[in-house]
Design a protein around this ligand. Structure first.
Ligand code: BGC
Ligand code: ZN
Length: 370
């Protein structure tokens, strides 16, 4: 069957012939690809600085943001049946007995570094017609979310990030523990850096929890991203029109920063204006570049004098996938058009070059297999 992959030895990105997988274990599920999202990580893998093929292969099938449909299940699978829509997670555990995280299904917190990631690190991905995975790595998708469920994996970045925020802020009487999740942002102010898919989904999740939310992104408004952001009740500020200090002045005390831009300069600049008792979540993965100047003394001083916490987060556990399905349902109810607008285009597999190597703009581009 056809797959999009990289051949690092030849520094090539192309359509490959990949053997169709079959069910070999009793808890295996065979899935037909419906849609696969393309993200910055995929593009980076296509520059050969990141990602690696499985042992014994000279190629890696790309794709880690998938929506699929179950076509066959192993004899011990009771939670899925043919026809069900599913989304797979990305990370697979390391093999070591002493890795408490992996043994506890928390491979996102693997202690050894020997985890693998589908479509990224030493395991083939989902940019192909069929794939097989164990039932425990799949999450059920209600049919009503068919149109937008390819956004589940990127949304898990947000869900895991917010789960970390609640954990970290337990150090403070930050919110009333008894508040339901959708009220936890009440009277709090959040900044999202970046208006890509992870940023916009992050802003939706914050607005849905009651945060007053600003998205800080490069392009001057009005533009398609600023309109989308404003359509669900967040504010959009362009970094070309307002400095970080002007942004901070407009907002007041910034309680939460959610970084989704992958650019260190602006990320550290916004860290400088984080508020009292604030929390800052990094999700971007920049490629290494020459060192830059940052206001290190001010940042360090603030971290101490303002009780700030900075946390990095990589996705994601099963709970984050369940939360993403829940939130997609919430977004769909409140802002169906905005949510659909996050998917900027659906393309054929033959368009892989433009999507992975070209400058195709938009928010989330998707390869459709149907
Ligand atoms: C994926 C994550 C993955 C990370 C690092 C992201 O694009 O969504 O699942 O852990 O890249 O490889
Ligand atoms: Zn991704």
């Amino acid at each position: 069957m056809r797959a999009v992959g990289i051949v690092p030895g030849q520094r090539e990105v192309r359509i490959l012939e990949h053997t169709a997988p079959g069910i070999t274990r009793s808890n295996d599920v065979k899935v037909r690809s419906l849609e696969v999202g393309v993200c910055g990580t995929d593009k980076e893998i296509c520059t050969f600085v990141y990602g690696s093929p499985p042992e014994g292969f000279d190629y890696l099938v790309l794709g880690h943001e998938s929506l699929g449909q179950v076509v066959e299940v192993g004899s011990d699978v009771s939670t899925f049946k043919p026809g069900d829509l599913v989304v797979p997670s990305v990370r697979r555990p390391c093999p070591h007995d002493h890795c408490f995280s992996c043994r506890d299904d928390k491979q996102d917190f693997c202690f050894t570094g020997d985890f693998t990631e589908r479509g990224i690190k030493m395991t083939h991905g989902f940019m192909t017609e069929y794939y097989v995975d164990e039932d425990r790595y799949l999450t059920y998708v209600p049919p009503a979310l068919r149109d937008v469920a390819v956004l589940v994996e990127p949304l898990t970045v947000v869900e895991k990030g917010l789960a970390q925020v609640w954990q970290v802020q337990k150090r403070l009487p930050w919110v009333d523990d008894r508040l339901p999740e959708e009220k936890r942002g009440r009277d709090k102010k959040a900044v999202v850096i970046g208006a890509g898919a992870i940023g916009i989904l992050g802003a939706m999740a914050l607005v849905a929890r009651g945060f007053e939310t600003w998205v800080y992104s490069r392009s001057k408004k009005p533009n398609s991203k600023s309109r989308l952001v404003e359509s669900f009740g967040a504010r959009y500020v362009s970094s070309e029109s307002a400095t970080v200090d002007q942004l901070a002045e407009e907002i007041g005390n910034i309680d939460l920063v959610y970084e989704a831009v992958g650019k260190a300069k602006v990320a550290y600049d916004v860290l400088r204006v984080l508020g009292l008792n604030g929390v800052y979540v990094f999700t971007g993965i920049p490629s290494p570049k020459p060192s830059i100047e940052i206001d290190a003394d001010i940042i360090m001083r603030n971290l101490v004098l303002k009780n700030q916490a900075v946390v990095g987060t990589v996705n994601a556990d099963a709970a984050a996938f369940t939360a993403a399905i829940h939130d997609l349902g919430v977004f769909m109810k409140h802002w169906p058009e905005s949510l659909r607008g996050v998917i900027s285009g659906r393309y054929r597999i033959e368009d892989y070059r433009d999507l992975l190597l070209g400058e195709k703009g938009g928010i989330k581009n998707v390869i459709s297999f149907v």
